[in-house]
Design a protein around this ligand. Sequence first.
Ligand SMILES: CC(C)(COP(=O)(O)OP(=O)(O)OC[C@H]1O[C@@H](n2cnc3c(N)ncnc32)[C@H](O)[C@@H]1OP(=O)(O)O)[C@@H](O)C(=O)NCCC(=O)NCCS
Length: 178
Amino acid sequence: MSALPIIGEPERRSGTLRGTAPRAPLPAALLRGAVLADVPALERLMGPYVETGDLLPRSNYDLCRHIKEWVVAEAAGEIVACGSLKIYSQELAELAGLAVLPDWQGAGLGRALLEALVREARSHGLTEVLALTRKPAFFLKLGFAPAEREHFPLKVWADCAKCPRQNWCDEVAVVLRL
Ligand SMILES: CC(C)(COP(=O)(O)OP(=O)(O)OC[C@H]1O[C@@H](n2cnc3c(N)ncnc32)[C@H](O)[C@@H]1OP(=O)(O)O)[C@@H](O)C(=O)NCCC(=O)NCCS
């Protein structure tokens, strides 16, 4: 994915942060495809959300192995947000690992990443993007609809089967039909 300016674009739907700066003025953020050198920053960014159970743990091996699935937002040399698109079939992908640094939350970065990953899904000709999340309201706001997780056996086989929380999972399935 090529670098995409988040600040300075004409309207918010295309990624601008204009008018939404949360506290002090923030440096501009760019969206770009992740590279291997970003892996330590991805681990630091997601770590606290893994601890709270909002994100699934990802090993260093898994991040390196699938680095091409990840998009990051970079500001002043720091990775401030990330997300990934995991393709399961010609029809289905999962939006996963969406995380924004606390100081950057509420500024449109989560939306910008989600929209960039959905654009990428469309460019592959996919027809459904799934997310399993404890923050369904965020996804519902951005066009996803509630779904039954049993509708997505590929995802369940791939990740849920090896998840330590599989028997007390509180994640909700949401889907966007493209
Ligand atoms: C969830 C998360 C990615 C949202 O990112 P963000 O950059 O703060 O969200 P944005 O500023 O782009 O918000 C976009 C819209 O969603 C809304 N929104 C954001 N978080 C929300 C939430 N938890 N519940 C409901 N709506 C939410 C915003 O109000 C905004 O709506 P608006 O455009 O009408 O003002 C971020 O809070 C985060 O990293 N959380 C911790 C990790 C996590 O839970 N990830 C999701 C797991 S799948």
